[in-house]
Ligand binder design. Structure first.
Ligand code: ZN
Length: 281
């Protein structure tokens, strides 16, 4: 209770008293809506504080209680951001990642792009989109080695880090946390949210709670041209990680995902039966 009172007294420095509800009322469900307003004000305050805005007045009003918090926010780089781009294969995730990175670059920010070394279809030194756009990058097996591989001094000067094929990085959560929270980087992550079985793929979904924005892109269903949300594996292989392009995968709508899975499963059974018959012949 004392904690709540203290928190209210601190927040009341920046918010009008009407923001707080003294007790539940029939209107509670509706009056809870000031929360986004509270969030906006708090975010603006944090940003202003980073920019050297009202922090002096805050310190004087709070008797220095926020000094330590202010200092820690300065050290931790409160300007960091995390943006996630997900969707099925052929949805344009890499194209969108490169578009955003190029945009940051043209704004004078230092950028770097990293991808998994598991996908070497187009060579390890560059990222190439399905429609042929190309950009230099660093190919790694794990993100924890990025700082060392890129060079500590060069890393410190970086503003933006793009990560492609993020589903292949097991240490995605820790890297993003450190880069954004501690080092103040803008991290733009592109990857598959689901695998060919529509189950979560790697750690991409795990970073949603720490992200500023999440964008889910769609492709065109290869069967009917409607929006495609899923990736259908056309072959009968069953391992989760199977690198391939249009030879192995296609984007599909819900209906054609379900129908396609039935066809692929039936094919797999037929092939198994044929193989078994050959072995026993
Ligand atoms: Zn379809």
């Amino acid at each position: 209770m004392r904690c709540i009172t203290n928190m209210r007294s601190l927040l009341s420095l920046y918010l009008p008293p009407s923001t707080f509800l003294s007790k539940p009322s029939p209107f509670t469900r509706h009056t809870v809506s000031p929360l986004p307003f509270l969030s906006t004000r708090t975010t603006n305050l944090a940003m202003a504080r980073c920019n050297g805005g009202p922090s002096n007045s805050i310190r004087s009003l709070s008797g220095g209680q926020l000094d330590a918090q202010d200092r820690s926010m300065d050290v931790m780089g409160c300007n960091g951001q995390i943006h996630i781009i997900v969707g099925p294969m052929f949805a344009g995730k890499t194209t969108e990642l490169l578009r955003r990175v190029q945009s940051e670059l043209s704004n004078g920010r230092n950028v770097a792009v990293v991808k998994s070394d598991k996908d070497n279809r187009y060579g390890l030194a560059s990222i190439v989109t399905h429609d042929g756009v190309k950009m230099q990058c660093l190919a790694l097996s794990e993100l924890s080695s990025f700082r060392e591989q890129f060079g500590t001094e060069a890393y410190d000067k970086l503003d933006v880090i793009g990560i492609d094929e993020a589903q292949f990085f097991e240490d995605l959560y820790d890297f993003c946390c450190n880069a954004a929270d501690r080092d103040g980087k803008t991290v733009i992550v592109a990857g598959l949210d689901g695998d060919y079985m529509r189950k979560k793929f790697g750690s991409v979904l795990d970073i949603i709670p720490i992200a500023d924005t999440v964008t889910k892109l769609t492709a065109r269903c290869e069967m009917c041209g409607q929006r495609a949300f899923f990736t259908l594996r056309k072959t009968t292989e069953t391992q989760t990680e199977l690198i391939g392009g249009a030879d192995k995968y296609m984007p599909v709508c819900r209906q054609h995902y379900v129908n396609g899975q039935i066809v692929v499963e039936a094919t797999r059974i037929v092939l198994d039966v044929e193989q078994s018959a050959t072995v026993h012949a």
